[in-house]
Design a protein around this ligand. Structure first.
Ligand code: GUN
Ligand code: ZN
Length: 471
């Protein structure tokens, strides 16, 4: 039998949703000091304390990480592969930003060499940020979609992606006809869906860019391939929403565009949802559909503040993942996403305070808006996996799941983090769960990709911070 890999160190992961456990959040998670993670063929075969499991080590190479905190790999629920070279573009809100900065760049991804070089940068940046799974947009070019999947396969990563459906609101040579989109999507699904760790998402870009015929093509694909995911954008920006209503006058609201075409349901994710109405939240909950909260992007493009507390309503909970939405999000770092999500929660609570309550939010939202470290790391790992219907495969250290994880350097050479650490524990390593989450809040508040020391994909170390710039 081939030798396995055993990681010895300090582990933190989530086991269930912390939102309902207000007083006893720690019941949602587990911290193991001096634990052991056993890995065979990329799958977790054992997890517990070193003491419990050390008798099983005969056929394992043991790697010891006593100074770090090991957490499950981060899941980025919404990111754009072809925007890696235009991240952080100056000056505009969504619709002008797309026209001026994004479509001209995405057009270049018809060229296989250009796309391949970009894919190399993109996946390296993901790994450097500790992201082990992403749900990604490619472009309207099948070439870019193939390149994306091929690079993911080379790195052993679990990904969800698909050809972008867009037949208006973009330059003619960027648009794809509904017929071609349908035919090319079928070929890509047949080739990549279920190949290695790749999964396919039928991807209508957004209602403003999709004709009725394009939405029908998506509807037909979902009927023929019900096992596929669906990935899109929804209710991100007020001008976009106005335009979407003009394009689909029969639909009462944005969500109805997807309901009408049979897309809203399990395995459906829509990025943003900043301006969803209470009734739309209810319908997302009922359908088992997910919203991806992308605070970096929502702030960078000035789109607005997502109502996380509304999504987490216990009477009608909506599945939520976190996403960078890079390039509208100005970082690959899910740690920075957690930071901004925390700030958005507090800003929403200012809106709830006193007489300023333009969205008629109910007061229960206020408590649920607050992103504790348990809640933040839940959304970036197990909760994100649940939102995209992958929690049977990834999201925590439960045996049987794929061994994707991150080794966090709790100091990462940053003064502010060192300060958090001094307050929390003496030797720099937590000894109990309260200390671990205190330190994780320090990482969230003051850290970024410098906090990521190593990233492991299916039991293989694919990134080390001291390798920066190397393959
Ligand atoms: N809506 C349609 N396309 C995009 C995109 O590329 N980024 C964002 N943030 N929103 C979109
Ligand atoms: Zn996006």
């Amino acid at each position: 039998m081939e030798k396995g890999t055993a990681i010895r160190g300090n582990f933190f992961h989530l086991l269930k949703d912390p939102w309902p456990l207000i007083e006893k959040e720690s019941d949602s998670a587990q911290f193991i000091k001096d634990g052991l993670l056993l890995i065979n063929d990329g799958i977790i075969s054992g997890f517990g304390t070193y003491e419990e499991l050390s008798s099983r080590l005969d056929n394992y190479d043991v790697i010891h990480k006593p100074d770090h905190l090991l957490v499950p790999g981060f899941i980025d629920g919404h990111i754009h592969f072809p925007q890696v070279r235009v991240m952080g573009a100056y000056g505009n809100q969504l619709l002008d930003w797309l026209q001026n900065s994004i479509f001209p760049e995405e057009l270049k991804y018809r060229d296989r060499d250009y796309a391949t070089t970009a894919a190399h940068h993109f996946f390296r940046a993901l790994l450097g940020a500790g992201t082990t799974t992403c749900q990604a947009f490619t472009t309207s070019s099948p070439v870019s979609t193939e390149v994306f999947f091929d690079e993911a396969i080379a790195r052993g990563m679990r990904v969800i992606a698909g050809l972008t459906g867009i037949d208006k609101f973009a330059p003619d040579d960027y648009c794809i006809s509904p017929h071609e989109f349908y035919e090319e999507s079928k070929k890509l699904i047949e080739k990549y869906h279920g190949l290695d760790r790749c999964l396919y998402a039928i991807t209508p870009r957004f209602a403003v860019g999709c004709s009725e015929e394009m939405m029908q093509a998506c509807c037909q694909l979902k009927k023929e391939y019900p096992d596929c995911w669906v990935n899109t954008h929804i209710s991100e920006n007020p001008s976009e929403i106005r335009q979407a209503k003009e394009e689909f006058p029969d639909c009462f609201d944005y969500t109805e565009v997807h309901e009408k075409h049979g897309l809203l349901g399990p395995k459906f994710t829509a990025g943003h949802g900043v301006w969803l109405s209470n009734d739309e939240f209810r319908r997302f909950s009922h359908a088992g559909a997910a919203v991806c909260f992308c605070p970096l992007s929502n702030l960078f493009l000035g789109s607005g503040l997502f109502r996380l507390g509304k999504a987490m309503d216990p009477d009608q909970p909506v599945r939520v993942c976190l996403g960078t939405d890079m390039g509208a999000g100005n970082s690959f770092s899910m740690i920075r996403v957690m930071e901004e999500a925390y700030k958005v929660g507090l800003c929403n609570n200012t809106m709830l305070d006193g007489s300023v309550n333009p969205r008629e939010q109910d007061l229960g939202e206020s408590e649920r808006n607050k992103l504790s470290p348990y809640r933040a790391f839940y959304l970036a790992t197990l909760g994100g996996a649940k939102a995209i219907y992958l929690d049977h495969l990834i999201g925590n250290f439960v045996p049987g799941k794929e061994a994707d994880f991150v080794s966090l350097d709790l100091q990462a050479g940053q003064h502010a983090l060192a300060w958090h650490q001094q307050l929390t524990c003496l030797d720099g390593v937590p000894s109990a769960i309260d200390e671990a989450v205190e330190l994780l809040f320090g990482v969230l508040a003051c850290g970024d990709d410098r906090s990521v020391s190593e990233t492991w994909i299916a039991g293989k170390c694919r990134y080390q911070s001291n390798d920066r710039g190397v393959e």
